[in-house]
Design a protein around this ligand. Structure first.
Ligand code: NAD
Length: 311
């Protein structure tokens, strides 16, 4: 029978969370009864790391917290704490102040750690000195999962397979191919095939009918319209979980707000919230192509725009 060390602690920035971190945490939890994971944050440092990175947008503390929570949601004995490191000299120059801040959180939760897990050899002595407990090293050479958060920040798309599944939707490039009468449907599906990923079609198609002039008669109420928009957002969330770096959709929320205004002569607050929550990286409109374009030339022009976006 394995001996349990009782209470474990792990520190990290998890910027972003990757399979190496997950391996460390999963291996640690097999050796303790309870594990406390500290998510270290410092505004300026995190901003600088983001600016030096190739991440499409900056993960917020809430994103990083969510990735940890979701990844370890089935472990009842893993606790995640946000550790605000503002005002402390950066690693490795602030050990005393930093450990005092950690200890304050531990004391607040009446936690007395018995073991600290890390893969950083150079930190062992300092952890022992400031926390007076055992320090266990796990995979110092990163033989099992050879990746670092720096490598992922540098190129999240090349290192996609290492990015935590829970973090992937944040990084997925969202491309909308907008057409009034689903003329883009076929090309969007072809693109999803080519890029080995997913397509979210127009959730409104089942509810609207087109007349001879291509106009949409008002066959749904404003409330219905918003309900369908929320459903569309839900379908995007689900697709993003399975997307391979990029996902294609038939709608973006700016376009939905515009058609809502045309139909109901007012702006909708929920749609504004969806616009902010779902930033699209590229929106291609069918009406930017004229009737002289062949299907092949549209296909090639769209493909070119998508390639430029992804490079
Ligand atoms: N101010 C100070 O003096 C001071 C001192 C100590 C710690 N700290 C803070 O502690 C935190 C340390 O975070 P970090 O930079 O180590 O975070 P990190 O997110 O890069 O890594 C978290 C943990 O995962 C381990 N790990 C990373 N890749 C791995 C892989 N492929 N396989 C196995 N394990 C892997 C790391 O060794 C570390 O133990 C920071 O917030 C830092 O500011 C600060």
């Amino acid at each position: 029978m394995k001996t349990k060390c009782k209470i474990g602690v792990i520190f990290g920035k998890f910027y972003p969370l990757h399979c190496g971190h997950i391996y460390l945490i999963e291996k640690a939890i097999t050796q303790v009864e309870v594990l406390h994971v500290f998510l270290g944050c410092e505004q300026l440092r995190d901003l600088k790391l983001f600016e030096a990175s190739h991440m499409p947008r900056q993960p917020q503390v809430s994103d990083r917290f969510y990735w940890l929570k979701r990844t370890f949601q089935n472990h009842q004995n893993i606790y995640i704490h946000v550790l605000n490191e503002e005002g402390i000299a950066y690693y490795p120059n602030g050990w005393r102040d930093w450990s005092d801040r950690v200890k304050a959180i531990l004391a607040k939760h009446q936690v007395k750690p018995t073991v600290i897990f890390t893969s950083e050899q150079q930190d062992v002595v300092e952890y022992e000195r400031f926390f007076h407990c055992t320090v266990k090293l796990i995979d110092v050479n990163r033989d099992f999962i050879n990746i670092s958060a720096t490598q992922i920040r540098d190129n999240p798309y090349k290192n996609w397979q290492y990015l935590a599944k829970a973090a992937r939707p944040f990084f997925v490039t969202k491309i909308a191919l907008v057409s009034k009468q689903n003329q883009f449907d076929e090309i969007a599906q072809q693109l999803a095939n080519i890029f080995n990923t997913v397509y979210v079609n127009n959730g409104y198609s089942n509810y609207f009918h087109y007349d001879h002039y291509g106009k949409i008669p008002i066959s749904v109420t404003a409330d219905d319209y918003i309900r369908i928009a929320k459903l569309q957002a839900q379908r995007i969330d689900e697709a993003a979980l399975n997307a391979n770096r990029v996902l294609f959709t038939a709608l973006d929320f700016v376009t939905l707000q515009q058609s809502f205004q045309n139909m109901f002569h007012k702006e909708d607050q929920t749609l504004n919230e969806l616009i902010n929550k779902y930033p699209f990286d590229l929106v291609i409109n069918y009406h930017d192509f004229n009737s002289k374009h062949s299907q092949l030339s549209i296909f090639e022009a769209v493909l070119e725009q998508v390639r430029n976006q992804l490079n």
